[in-house]
Design a binder for this molecule. Structure first.
Ligand SMILES: Cc1cc2nc3c(=O)[nH]c(=O)nc-3n(C[C@H](O)[C@H](O)[C@H](O)COP(=O)(O)OP(=O)(O)OC[C@H]3O[C@@H](n4cnc5c(N)ncnc54)[C@H](O)[C@@H]3O)c2cc1C
Length: 389
C-alpha cells in the first residue's frame, strides 16, 4: 500500500554520519531546488532537524528552467553514470508511489528522431547499446508514431523514431513544492529569501554555524551545499574549491489553448514537452549556442518557437509566456559531486547537472550517508574528494 504522508522510520538521535553529537542533529540545506528539497525531505522524514535555506524562492532556480526530462538514454558516456541515472528513474517511480504523483510526475515516455544519415546511424547505434544494457527502447516509423501516439507531429512517414517507454518528464517547481511541504510537515524549518553568507567551523575544522543575509546565525551540525549554479561560492565558504563549467541554456514557455503533444521529445534541432495545462516548454542546444552572441532571451524564445513550428505547425503562432537563460550546475568534469568532504567534517555536497533525473536518488543516498555514514557504491565515481581542496 503506497504511503502518502511521507513519514517513515524515525531515526532521531542516530546521526552517526555527522559526528558524535548527543542531541538530534540539525542540518542546514543550502539551496532548495530539486536537489536540496530531495535531500531535505529525506532527512526530515528520518527525524533529523532540517533547516531549508534559499536565497530566493524554493524551486524557482534552474529547477524551474530545465527541460526536465527524466532519462538515462542520454547518459551513455560512462557506464557508472548511466547506472546512476537508471537508479534515478527508479527513484522517481518510488517517489511517485510514496508521495503521490500529483501534477509533478509525467511518465509518458520519450520520443527521439533525427535527420541526415550520419545522425540517424549514430542514434541507432545508441539504441543498440541501450538494448544491450537492458534499457527499454523501441524503434517505430514516423507514420506509426503519428497514428498511435502523436498525431500533431510532422515526422516523415518512413523516418525511424525511437521511443523510450520508461522515460518521463517532471514539473520541477511542483515537485519541490510537494517535497518542501512534506519536509515542513515532518518538522523542517523553511527560510526563504535569505542567503547563506558564511559557514562557521570549530577548532577541529567541523561545521558549527551558518550566517544568513538577514543577520542571523544558526547553530548546525552539518550543511548540505545544494546551491545549484551557486555551489562554487558556497564551497568557497569552507575554503573548498569546487570547479564548475560555464554552460548556459535557454528555456522558453509558450502558451497554447490545447497542448498538442502528450509527451517530451527530441525532434531535429528542437526539444519540446508539455508543461501542464495550456503551456509547453521548448529548448534547443542550437539556440543555447547563441546565448553568448548577446541575443536577448525574448529573441531566443522566438527562435525556439519557430523551430517548434516546423515540428508541430500549430505552435508556430503560440505566444511566448516566459524565457530565461540559466547556468547548468555542472562540476568541471561533467559529473555530479555528491557526498561528504572528509577534510571539512559536517560539510556535504549535492551538486549535479541532470539534477531533475537524479534528485530523488541523490536525496535518498545522501540522507543515508548523513544519518548512517553509509557511502553507497552508486556514488563511488561521483564523490567530492576528486576535486581536492
Ligand atoms: C537548459 C537546461 C536544460 C536542462 N535539462 C535537463 C533535463 O532534461 N533533465 C535533467 O535531469 N536535468 C536537466 N537540466 C539540469 C537540471 O535542471 C539541474 O541539474 C537541476 O535543476 C539542479 O537543481 P539544483 O537544486 O541543484 O539547483 P537550483 O534549482 O538552481 O536550486 C539551487 C537553489 O540554491 C539557491 N542558492 C544559491 N546560492 C545560495 C546561497 N548562498 N544561500 C541560499 N540559497 C542559495 C538558489 O536560490 C536556488 O533556488 C537542465 C538544465 C538546464 C539549464
Amino acid at each position: 500500500m503506497p504511503e502518502h504522508n511521507g513519514s517513515v522510520d524515525n531515526e532521531k538521535g542516530a546521526l552517526v554520519g555527522i559526528g558524535s553529537v548527543e542531541r538530534p542533529g540539525r542540518v542546514a540545506v543550502i539551496g532548495v531546488g530539486v536537489l536540496g528539497a530531495a535531500v531535505g525531505w529525506n532527512l526530515s522524514r528520518r527525524g533529523v532537524g532540517v533547516v531549508l535555506i534559499d536565497a530566493a524562492r524554493p524551486g524557482e532556480g534552474v529547477t524551474n528552467w530545465s527541460f526536465s526530462w527524466v532519462n538515462a538514454s542520454n547518459k551513455t558516456v560512462r557506464r557508472s553514470y548511466f547506472d546512476l541515472n537508471v537508479a534515478g528513474m527508479a527513484a522517481h517511480r518510488e517517489l511517485a508511489d510514496t508521495i503521490g504523483p500529483d501534477s509533478w510526475w509525467h511518465p509518458s515516455g520519450h520520443l527521439r528522431w533525427t535527420d541526415g544519415p550520419a545522425a540517424r546511424a549514430k542514434l541507432l547505434e545508441t539504441v543498440e547499446l541501450l538494448a544491450d544494457w537492458g534499457y527499454g527502447v523501441e524503434v517505430h516509423t514516423g507514420a506509426e508514431v503519428r497514428r498511435r501516439l502523436e498525431p500533431a507531429l510532422t515526422i516523415p512517414g518512413e523516418a525511424p523514431v525511437v521511443f523510450y517507454p520508461d522515460e518521463a518528464w517532471v514539473h520541477g517547481r511542483r515537485l519541490v513544492d510537494r517535497l518542501v511541504g512534506l519536509a515542513v510537515a515532518a518538522g523542517a524549518e523553511l527560510r526563504s529569501g535569505v542567503a547563506v553568507r558564511d559557514i562557521g567551523t570549530g577548532g577541529d575544522g567541523s561545521v558549527r554555524t551558518v550566517a544568513l543575509s538577514d543577520g542571523s546565525r544558526l547553530d548546525v551540525d552539518a550543511v548540505v551545499n545544494a546551491a545549484g549554479p551557486g555551489a562554487s561560492g558556497v564551497a568557497g565558504l569552507v575554503g573548498r574549491r569546487l570547479p564548475m563549467r560555464r554552460e548556459p541554456g535557454v528555456v522558453a514557455r509558450i502558451g497554447c489553448d490545447r497542448v498538442p503533444v502528450g509527451r517530451a521529445m527530441h525532434a531535429p534541432r528542437i526539444e519540446m514537452r508539455p508543461d501542464g495545462v495550456g503551456s509547453m516548454v521548448l529548448h534547443s542546444r542550437e539556440i543555447d549556442a547563441l546565448i553568448d552572441t548577446g541575443e536577448e532571451p525574448a529573441r531566443l524564445a522566438q527562435l525556439l518557437r519557430e523551430l517548434a513550428g516546423h515540428v508541430v505547425p500549430e505552435l508556430g503562432d503560440s505566444p511566448v509566456m516566459e524565457a530565461r537563460v540559466s547556468q547548468r550546475p555542472i562540476p568541471a568534469d561533467g559529473f555530479p559531486s555528491v557526498g561528504a568532504v572528509p577534510t571539512v567534517p559536517g560539510y556535504y555536497e549535492a551538486v549535479s547537472h541532470s539534477g531533475i533525473t537524479l534528485g530523488p536518488v541523490i536525496g535518498r543516498l545522501l540522507a543515508s550517508e548523513i544519518v548512517r555514514g553509509e557511502r553507497d557504491e552508486l556514488l563511488a565515481e561521483f564523490r567530492p574528494e576528486r576535486f581536492p581542496l
